[in-house]
Design a binder for this molecule. Sequence first.
Ligand code: FES
Length: 159
Amino acid sequence: MTTPDNEATLEIQHLIRDFKPLDGDLLGALHAVQHRYGYIPKIALGVVARQLRLSEAKVYGAASYYSEFRLTPPPGTLIGWCSGPACHLKGGDHVRRILECQLGIGMEQNTEDNRIGLHFAQCNGTCERAPQVWVDGEVVGPLTANATLDLVRKLKDGA
Ligand code: FES
């Protein structure tokens, strides 16, 4: 059974119109959708599947397998917790526990209101600021327990 076309599906069809029914185009089509919406909406899975003549399960499989794709809208603020060795040695795990506890979420999750998300990040070479996080890409560190609590408080307050 196919989904009737509406404005959203037509827009996605237009977005991926140049991708051909070959496996090689699947990731490109998913990237195009994510680039436009910031994530891959559920409705897009069917549109991509139709365009590339693949099953929706196969498209979902690729979208959920590759970590660069998001299947949920990005949070308002994204905290990247550095999982690198210098941050680990300088107390990064403690920072992570505080973040998870204060936000009430685990890694790779967003708060219920989708305002704040927490995800794993890799060392970017700014280890002199360890232990650190990135808030929407901005380095924040070195973090103490109190500085982490302050950070969460400010983010919750929308500062
Ligand atoms: S280990 Fe965290 S920034 Fe390098």
